[in-house]
Ligand binder design. Structure first.
Ligand SMILES: Cc1cc2nc3c(=O)[nH]c(=O)nc-3n(C[C@H](O)[C@H](O)[C@H](O)COP(=O)(O)OP(=O)(O)OC[C@H]3O[C@@H](n4cnc5c(N)ncnc54)[C@H](O)[C@@H]3O)c2cc1C
Length: 384
């Protein structure tokens, strides 16, 4: 049986970031995913916000053109145009980015096992025995520590007895190429509970790729139907007649806020598995990067010192306060189901100082809290 310091379950953005960082600490790492390859079944639109673009050097060829314009539509179609003087968003070419980061992780020393399912784990004297299945073959590996980067519905969270997401919305989108760009690249958002109950529908056209999607509470809408309605609604200005459908994407997005108990002596959670997604905007890419960075430092410090107290610096309660207002806004979006409320809210955004609020939601340089103070606390704890 092969022994690893860390087994990372899931090679989305969160797992890949851990897999790039952990070998720096001299740890033997296995990264696995049930997907055979990372260029399929991406489930994110891939919009990176300014704060991420400023703090993380993402490869430019894995990013689309800059987007500075947001147009917010009320249920009756009244538009509010917001333009930022700064480069606010770029749509990631996630397949390319994931492939690049997998290459980097392997170059740094991580081992990769595609088409591999995490089944369960059992405690052992040195950590855990992990049960895996690759193709039809079952096998076991020893792990001193397990990272659950396996998304919203995390098997690792349940296996380790950690907290699990209980509230989520679902998103579905189509990605096209060959859609003519009219005006600057723009992010069009549709606030309409008939299309997207509890969230929003979107069209992002950056001139190279166009993403058309809907999101909302499962059970309150049918995403495929809502997507058809959205395409009919935008047909007047979005010409899909010569467009080529590249792919369909979709999945769950946790919106209950970061979970409390996300670490124990056998493992921890990152990314969607930890609930680290903005409850208001449902943006999860920035939190993936920041929390995985902290996780890598915590794991390295814990494995080198054997001091359980290091794990206290990896607890959802540390970040909860930053999500309070966004959780209240999520509650409001979930509770107000009639289009009239959204019409009134959009009118207020257009005509009153509340325009500032809309501006702040889209362009405010806020996302997941900085993890630097906690990284510093970890260093001090182990005397680094
Ligand atoms: C339609 C949609 C659009 C979105 N758009 C944006 C956006 O534009 N901007 C933004 O910031 N956020 C967006 N999000 C949210 C964002 O995509 C996620 O927060 C982020 O991708 C989560 O990454 P992750 O690595 O935690 O999980 P994932 O990307 O879900 O990766 C989890 C991986 O674990 C693997 N896995 C699961 N179970 C097992 C198992 N038992 N064994 C082995 N492997 C397993 C899966 O195959 C998967 O590859 C969107 C989400 C959706 C659904």
């Amino acid at each position: 049986m092969t022994s690893y310091d860390v087994v990372i379950v899931g090679a989305g953005l969160a797992g890949l970031q851990c897999a790039r960082r952990l070998p720096e600490h001299g740890l033997r790492v296995l990264l696995l995913d049930r997907k055979p390859a990372l260029d399929r079944f991406v489930h994110s639109t891939g919009i990176f916000v300014r704060k991420t673009l400023e703090d993380y050097p993402l490869p430019p060829d894995c990013l689309g053109p800059v987007v500075r314009d947001v147009i917010l539509y009320s249920p009756s179609g009244r538009a509010l145009h917001l333009r930022s003087p700064r480069d606010e968003f770029r749509v990631g070419r996630l397949q390319r980015l994931y492939a690049r980061w997998l290459e980097e992780a392997c170059r740094a020393g991580a081992e990769w096992s595609g088409d591999t399912h995490f089944l369960r784990s059992e405690p052992s004297a040195t950590g855990s025995i992990v049960q895996l299945r690759t193709g039809g073959r079952r096998w076991h590996a020893r792990a001193r520590f397990i990272v659950g980067a396996d998304g919203c519905h995390s098997t690792v969270a349940r296996d380790l007895g950690l907290d699990a997401n209980r509230e989520w919305i679902v998103g579905a989108e189509e990605v096209y190429t060959g859609v003519p760009l009219v005006g600057p690249p723009a992010f069009h958002c549709f606030l309409d509970p008939r299309l997207s109950p509890g969230y929003l529908a979107w069209v992002v056209n950056d001139g190279e790729e166009t993403h058309i999607g809907v999101g909302g509470y499962p059970g309150r809408f049918r995403p495929a139907e809502a997507l058809k309605v959205l395409k009919r609604r935008v047909a007047g200005w979005l010409d899909l007649s010569r467009a080529r459908l590249l792919e369909r994407r979709g999945g769950r997005i946790p919106v209950g806020g970061v979970l409390r108990r996300i670490a124990c002596t056998r493992g921890l959670l990152v990314g969607d598995a930890s609930g680290a997604v903005s409850p208001l905007t449902a943006g999860g890419l920035d939190p993936c990067l920041r929390l995985s960075d902290l996780a890598a430092d915590v794991i390295a410090a814990y494995l080198s010192s054997g001091d359980d107290a290091v794990l206290d610096h990896y607890h959802g309660g540390l970040f909860k306060a930053r999500f309070v207002s966004r959780l209240w806004m999520r509650r409001a979006m979930a509770a107000f189901r009639h289009p009239l409320w959204y019409e009134l809210a959009c009118a207020a955004f257009r005509r009153t100082p509340l325009r500032w609020f809309a501006w702040h939601v889209f362009f405010g340089r806020r996302s997941f809290p900085s993890v630097e103070p906690w990284k510093e606390a970890v260093r001090l704890q182990v005397g680094g």
